[in-house]
Ligand binder design. Structure first.
Ligand code: ZN
Length: 171
């Protein structure tokens, strides 16, 4: 049986919760399990580390500190911007907007025609608990290791799940 280690392809179901409130922030249950190439920094750092050595069928629960998950909350990534920037959109607290710089969240709407926006990942600064069930582990193919991502059957990249493949023209 193959255990999870560098250059294996792991397929897992997971549920992520916030340890303080118990609130679920993400889960693969009810959809396709998550498949990733281990050791290629596709996942947050602690996630892979905690799964090392696990086999198909194993259930693993762990809590990651913010630095092993989405990083500490960076106060410099919180900025005030003019309300005008939103055009026709009425900003509301908690709203996430896609911009050229990535997703930003509205954290405060001021009375003075300014809006405070936060460029941090929504889970930055938070400890995260994961319940993971390992569905399958296999050795990665040579093609996968050289490309740095998971391929479909026959060592052919599945276009639907990744865009990195087209970017480097590998498949
Ligand atoms: Zn590829």
């Amino acid at each position: 049986m193959t255990e999870i280690k560098k250059n294996t392809v792991a397929t897992v179901h997971y549920t992520g919760t916030l340890p303080d409130s118990g609130e679920e922030f993400d889960s693969s249950l009810g959809r396709e399990p998550l498949t990733f190439l281990v050791g290629q920094k596709q996942m947050i750092p602690g996630f892979e580390r905690e799964l090392m050595g696990a086999n198909a069928g194993d259930k693993v629960e762990f809590t990651l500190s913010a630095k092993d998950a989405y990083g500490e909350h960076n106060p410099e990534a919180v900025q005030k911007v003019p309300l005008d920037m939103f055009g026709d959109i009425k900003p509301e607290i908690g709203m996430t907007l896609m911009t050229d710089l990535g997703p930003i969240r509205v954290s405060e709407v001021g009375d003075d025609s300014t809006v405070t926006v936060d460029f941090n990942h929504a889970l930055a600064g938070k400890s995260l608990t994961f319940n993971v069930e390992v569905v399958e582990v296999r050795e990665a193919t040579e093609g996968e290791i050289s490309h740095g991502h998971v391929h479909g059957p026959g060592d052919v990249h599945e276009q639907k799940s990744e865009k990195t493949c087209n970017d480097d023209g590998c498949c």
